[in-house]
Ligand binder design. Sequence first.
Ligand SMILES: [Zn+2]
Ligand SMILES: [Zn+2]
Length: 272
Amino acid sequence: MMKFCTLASGSSGNSLYLESKYSKVLIDAGISFRRISRSLGDMGIAVTDLDAVVLSHEHEDHSRAVGRMSGVPVYVSGETIGFWEGKINGRNNGNGAKTSRLPNGGIEKLREFDSQEPFRINELTLTPFSVAHDAIDPVGFTVTDGRVKVGIVTDIGKPTALVRENLKDCDALVLESNHDREMLFSGSYPAYLKQRISGGHGHLSNDQSASLLGDVLHDGLKYVLLAHLSARNNTPEMALGCSLEVLRRRGAEGRVALAVAPRSTAGEVITI
Ligand SMILES: [Zn+2]
Ligand SMILES: [Zn+2]
């Protein structure tokens, strides 16, 4: 059994808490340390109770607090560490100017993972897989305790075969549903930003997200949490509507629970 909940989800900050029998893990720490410790505290958990913080990519809305994790091991991909250390050119980095340095002067317990190789944290196996996004070495994850499996993908420009392959047998999914294309293109964002978001290395639209859900839908899928919604170019109703239509078409509407992760408050605790 595993439990998880988002502490925040969206371009102003992302963090997801996941708990299994022997482990407490944070995927991304893109809000302030104070908000992380307050949200965990509301659940009776101290930051020092965490076994690990695992980073999906270096963008600030995912990494803001990684330099302040009070001795908790922080797992980061080797290439991302190379970028922070100045060994890898950050030309491809969407938010490069803000992030081409070690966060807050350094991480006390930095642990390196290979973005192609599963790694263990206690009884959990985390499998990273590369995603198309304008960061140095961005990954999605599946996390399993050997019984249930959760897939987590936000910040992906397009669904790829690798993403579909990794998500195909999950019990629960945290899936980006960033924007409605119509709202994005008729909205007030400058052209370069519209291009960045909608391009193959930006963020998933509601339609893309729903189509990915259709591709990985199977009888064992119980929960889908739509995440990283844009405040300006989406509404929870629109995101839910797109995915719900796919579930309906496939006769899975009553079987799969569907929800949206709130942007700036902690979401509901989901148990699978
Ligand atoms: Zn993001
Ligand atoms: Zn990003």
